[in-house]
Design a protein around this ligand. Structure first.
Ligand SMILES: [Zn+2]
Length: 57
């Protein structure tokens, strides 16, 4: 295991699955590191709601 981050959280970006822009940033528990986050969010580049998937920095 790599060194534990502050308070067991890590920053992740949410990347639009269509245009690949990183529109959102969030953080999640490192304990959930094996789970990939994916949210339906509005993308201003696609001008619609698209799937946004987690990307590490
Ligand atoms: Zn997009």
């Amino acid at each position: 295991m790599a060194k534990a981050g502050k308070k067991g959280r890590e920053d992740v970006f949410l990347e639009c699955s269509e245009c690949k822009n990183r529109n959102y940033r969030t953080s999640k528990s490192t304990r959930d590191a094996t789970k990939k986050l994916a949210f339906k969010k509005y993308c201003e580049f696609c001008r619609k709601h698209t799937e946004h998937k987690e990307k590490k920095k």
